[in-house]
Design a protein around this ligand. Structure first.
Ligand code: GRF
Length: 211
């Protein structure tokens, strides 16, 4: 285990099952990560309850309480800074992040998407892949930028769509993979193995692979 844990701030809008997988992996000591704060744009997000249960500070930042997108994003930035966050983790946060946050955390904001980008971006990636009839879809973790589902890809895992899969089966398979992949990627950051060269995210080998 590393001496110092990576402090992550998790941004959510909804149920927070990915947040839960990160909390569980951190609690089990599988990753050198501490969830420093959970920020939600929705007061009723189940993820805020999960944070409270895990004794993690939860902050509701209401877009409608801010006159401008700028001041809303400044509030997010301030909450992240207050909790001394190293890495910003979007986990089902259904809005774009403003430059106020992206500039404060250059190459330190990541997102998870339930399809193999650049295929099926947008809010319904699982359904769109299913309806299109692809045989293979999956999960992508990528750097976030000022566009939706667009930044350099850090990690992807495939999920096969079987002949008899209903949409619910596919959703379950995708979420199971998400809950494995996101903690794994956070551990890559905790180990300082992720960097960017232009459009390409580079992952340095695990320390045990370099001997
Ligand atoms: C996940 O499928 C994630 O890929 C997408 O939004 C969903 C969030 O689910 N961006 P949860 O809130 O983590 O349960």
């Amino acid at each position: 285990m590393a001496d110092k844990k990576l402090r992550v701030g998790v941004l959510i809008s909804g149920s927070g099952t990915n947040l839960q997988s990160i909390i569980d992996a951190a609690y089990a000591g599988e990753i050198d990560v501490e969830v420093a704060v959970v920020i939600s744009n929705r007061q009723e997000a189940r993820g805020l309850e999960r944070a409270e249960k895990a004794h993690i500070p939860g902050v509701w930042i209401d877009r409608t309480a801010h006159k401008t997108f700028h001041s809303y994003n400044m509030a997010i930035r301030d909450a992240l800074k207050e909790h001394k966050v190293d890495l910003v983790v979007m986990a089902g946060y259904m809005r774009l992040l403003g430059t106020e946050v992206l500039k404060e955390y250059p190459n330190r904001v990541i997102n998870i998407h339930p399809a193999l980008l650049p295929s099926f971006p947008g809010a319904s990636g699982i359904q769109d892949a299913f309806d299109y009839g692809v045989k293979l879809t999956g999960v992508t973790v990528h750097f976030a930028n000022e566009k939706f589902d667009d930044g350099p890809i850090i990690a992807q895992m495939p999920v096969r769509i079987a002949e008899d899969d209903a949409i619910e089966d596919l959703e379950a398979k995708i979420h199971a993979i998400e809950h494995r992949l996101y903690p794994e990627v956070l551990q890559m950051f905790a180990q300082g193995r992720v960097s960017i060269e232009g459009r390409i995210a580079r992952i340095a080998p695990h320390p045990s692979e370099t001997r």
